[in-house]
Structures are given as structure tokens and as C-alpha cells.
Design a protein. Structure first.
Length: 134
């Protein structure tokens, strides 16, 4: 479960948004919709309700990044993928990548090599179709 305690300090009150069935590894949102990663499942949280939205077939989802256009990037222990209007697809094989979205760029931290990859205009991923299996 997502454990959140109510906090009251100087007129600010924090209340739980939703309780999820497991340890949450990442949360992103834009004020209208939020996504949370719990194990292999990404939950969509909207209007006070949470529902499973995407289930990875092999690994736990470790990190998330949400574009302004609503596309969602995810990272597992071995890859980075994208979920848009079309079928989700993985586009980068990497060990334990971490994601950060800043302005119009997505940054992928590769801890094994201590490198950072910059992906400019990640919202453009929406134009790509998922690769077809041979």
C-alpha cells in the first residue's frame, strides 16, 4: 500500500490520494491525471479512482516520466520504453536507467557508465508506431 499520513502545518493539509496494492517505485502527474508504478503494473489515477493501465510482461517498472502531451516513458531494470496512443514499445536497452523530464527534453541516466543521455523533444515519440515483431 501507498502509505501517506495526513500532515497539517501552517494551514497546509496533505491527504492520501489513493492506496495501491504494493510498494510504489515512481509517481508522475500533471494535476489532472497521475501514474504510479507498483511492481510490473502502472496504475492510472484520475478523478479519485485508480485502475491498472499497463502491465509489463517481464520486469518491475522502476521509473516514470510524463510528457506535456500525455505520453508516458517508463524504465525497468533493463530498458526504457514509451506508452502513447499506439502500442507501447521499448527503444533503449540499458542497465538500471533513471528518467528525468526537464522542459522539452528527456534525460536518461545510465548508472553503469555514469552517463546521461539527452532525448530532445520526447513528445515526438507519439508520431512513431511500435515496431512489429518479425
Amino acid at each position: 500500500r501507498l502509505r501517506v499520513r495526513a500532515l497539517r502545518k501552517e494551514g497546509i493539509e496533505v491527504q492520501p490520494l489513493v492506496y495501491l496494492p504494493g510498494k510504489t517505485s515512481a509517481v508522475v502527474g500533471d494535476g489532472a491525471v497521475a501514474f504510479a508504478a507498483v511492481g510490473k503494473t502502472i496504475w492510472k489515477i484520475q478523478g479519485g479512482w485508480a485502475a491498472p493501465w499497463f502491465i509489463h510482461d517481464r520486469e518491475d517498472v522502476r521509473d516514470l516520466a510524463l510528457t506535456a502531451s500525455g505520453g508516458l516513458f517508463y524504465a525497468t531494470d533493463s530498458a526504457v520504453g514509451y506508452i502513447g496512443k499506439e502500442k507501447p514499445f521499448e527503444f533503449l536497452a540499458a542497465a538500471r536507467p533513471r528518467l528525468r523530464l526537464r522542459q522539452t527534453d528527456l534525460y536518461v541516466y545510465l548508472p553503469g557508465s555514469r552517463a546521461v543521455m539527452r532525448i530532445m523533444k520526447p513528445a515526438e515519440f507519439e508520431r512513431f508506431k511500435a515496431p512489429q515483431a518479425p
